[in-house]
Design a protein around this ligand. Structure first.
Ligand SMILES: Nc1nc2c(c(=O)[nH]1)N[C@H]1C(S)=C(S)[C@@H](COP(=O)(O)O)O[C@H]1N2
Ligand SMILES: [Mo]
Length: 330
C-alpha cells in the first residue's frame, strides 16, 4: 500500500505526549489486565490502542500560493536535486502540538495564528531589545534554501524554505563573550495556540542550540516556504530550521531568543530525557528507544530509504562534534 500523509506508519500516529498518556492509562488499566486475563489481553489492549486514532479527515489540497511578497534568490549553495515534497504535504502533515496532536489538525487551526505584527524579544547575554519580524526581513533579506527535514518519528520531507541565516542576526546582535547557548521560545498565547490550555507539555515550547551550532551557516530562520509566508501550522511568522537535527529542534512561531552561559532546559529533553536529547543530531546508528532510526519514510515515496548521518549534512557539520560520543550525547 503506498504510504501517504493520510496513511502513516505507527511511529507517526503515536504523538509523544499521547504515548505518555497511553502508558499512564495502561498502567491504570494494568490492575484489571493482571487480575482478569493476564499478559495476552494486555498486549491486545496495547496494539488496539496503538491504532485507536480516529480516521484522518481527507485533507484539502492546498496549492502553493502564487503571491510573492518578497523578492528573493534561490541559494546556489543550499539547493538540492531531490524532488521537493508537495506544498500540500508540507502544509497538511505537521507537528505543532500547541494547535493539535494529530498530523492533520494543525492545518485546520493554523488560521488562529496572527503573524503580524510580531515581535521578537532578545535578552540574556546581549543588549536586550524587541525587534519586529519585518525589520529582520528588511535587514537580512530572504533567500530560498532547499533542506531535507527529518522528524524523529522517522519521516522526512524536502522543503524549499525562505528566510535568513540565524548567524546574520546573532552577528548583528553582538551577544557577550559569556553567551555559549541560545534558547529559542515559541509564543505563549492560548487564544492563538488553543492546545496550550491542556497540560500535555509544559508551555511555552522551548528549544536551544550551542552557540557554534546557532552560528553555523546552515542554521536558518524561516519566514516562508514555496515563495510565500509561512502558514500558521508551519510556524508563522518565524521558525527555526536546523536541517542536520531532528525536526523537534526547529521551534515554531518564535517570540524570544535568550543568550545564556549555561545549556538551556529544552521542552522534549526535559519531559522525556531518555528519548530526546539536547543535541538531537540525525543519526541512523542511535535508535529511538521505541523504534529504529536506520531508515525513514520520505513523504510521497513508497520505499523506505536509509537515514543519513547528520541528515546528509555530515561534511558541513561533523566537525562541530569531533571527540563527542554521539550515542551518549544524543
Ligand atoms: N512550538 C512547536 N514547535 C515545533 C513543534 C511543536 O509541536 N511545537 N513540533 C516540532 C516537530 S516534532 C517537527 S518534526 C517540526 C515539524 O515542522 P513542520 O510541521 O513545519 O513540518 O516542528 C517542530 N517544531
Ligand atoms: Mo518531529
Amino acid at each position: 500500500m503506498p504510504s501517504s500523509p493520510s496513511n502513516p506508519k505507527p511511529a507517526e500516529v503515536t504523538p509523544e505526549a499521547l504515548y505518555a498518556k497511553r502508558r499512564q492509562f495502561l498502567q491504570q488499566a494494568g490492575l484489571f489486565v493482571a487480575t482478569s486475563a493476564g499478559l495476552g489481553t494486555g498486549l491486545t489492549a496495547l496494539s488496539s490502542l496503538g491504532s485507536a486514532d480516529p480516521p484522518v479527515k481527507p485533507a484539502e489540497r492546498p496549492e502553493a500560493p502564487t503571491e510573492r511578497p518578497w523578492s528573493f534568490q534561490r541559494s546556489q549553495r543550499w539547493s538540492s536535486r531531490e524532488p521537493l515534497t508537495t506544498y500540500e504535504a508540507i502544509t497538511t502533515y505537521n507537528n505543532y502540538y500547541e494547535l493539535s496532536l494529530t498530523k492533520s489538525g494543525p492545518a485546520e487551526l493554523g488560521y488562529l495564528l496572527r503573524p503580524r505584527p510580531w515581535t521578537l524579544r532578545v535578552d540574556g547575554e546581549v543588549k536586550p531589545q524587541s525587534l519586529d519580524v519585518d525589520t529582520l526581513i528588511r535587514w537580512f533579506g530572504v533567500e530560498e534554501r532547499v533542506y531535507r527535514m527529518r522528524c524523529i518519528e522517522a519521516w522526512s520531507m524536502v522543503i524549499p524554505w525562505l528566510g535568513f541565516p540565524l548567524a546574520a542576526l546573532i552577528r548583528r546582535l553582538e551577544p557577550t563573550s559569556r553567551a555559549k547557548y541560545v534558547e529559542v521560545t515559541t509564543l505563549l498565547d492560548p487564544a492563538q495556540l488553543p492546545n496550550q490550555e491542556s497540560p500535555i507539555l509544559p508551555w511555552p515550547y522551548v528549544e536551544g542550540l550551542r552557540m557554534d551550532e546557532a552560528m553555523h551557516p546552515l542554521t536558518f530562520m524561516a519566514v516562508g516556504l514555496y515563495g510565500a509566508p509561512l502558514p500558521g501550522q508551519n510556524g508563522a511568522p518565524l521558525r527555526l530550521v536546523v536541517p542536520w537535527k531532528y525536526g523537534f529542534k526547529g521551534a515554531k512561531s518564535i517570540v524570544r531568543l535568550r543568550f545564556t552561559a549555561e545549556q538551556p532546559s529544552t521542552t522534549w529533553s526535559a519531559v522525556a530525557p531518555d528519548e530526546y536529547g539536547f543535541y538531537a543530531n540525525v543519526n541512523p546508528e542511535v535508535d529511538h528507544p521505541r523504534w529504529s532510526q536506520k531508515t525513514e519514510r520520505r513523504i510521497g515515496e513508497i520505499e523506505r530509504r536509509p537515514t543519513l548521518l547528520f541528515n546528509g549534512y555530515a561534511s558541513e557539520v561533523a566537525h562541530l562534534y569531533r571527540g563527542l560520543d554521539l550515542a551518549r550525547n544524543f
